[in-house]
Write a protein that binds this ligand. Sequence first.
Ligand SMILES: [Zn+2]
Length: 117
Amino acid sequence: MKKTNNYRKLALETYGPLCAHCGFGIPDVLEVAHLDCNRENNDPKNLVVLCPNCHKMHDLDLISTETIIQMRDRPKVVVWAKRMKDAGKKAAIKRKRRAAAKKAVATRRENAKGGIK
Ligand SMILES: [Zn+2]
């Protein structure tokens, strides 16, 4: 009876209130799509939470079903290491330069005091 309408709740509980493709997360705006376009097939594997934009793009095949499934099932973990790959090296160079600049200032100050002998 009411079971046909429970797919929305089922999908949101299974996958969380986030668009599987872009991560948009306002639950009232999110939609639940049937990947095989069969609204009777409410198996969780056939369901995906999408925002209206991504839902439309999937319907028009601008986003493939394979991509949607991949995005839905991949862990939502942020890996900052990818973005920060050179941050350590850059910081080390900056520290070195700063130390050298401080030393140069001290030397200049010292020389100005007593003059070079
Ligand atoms: Zn989206």
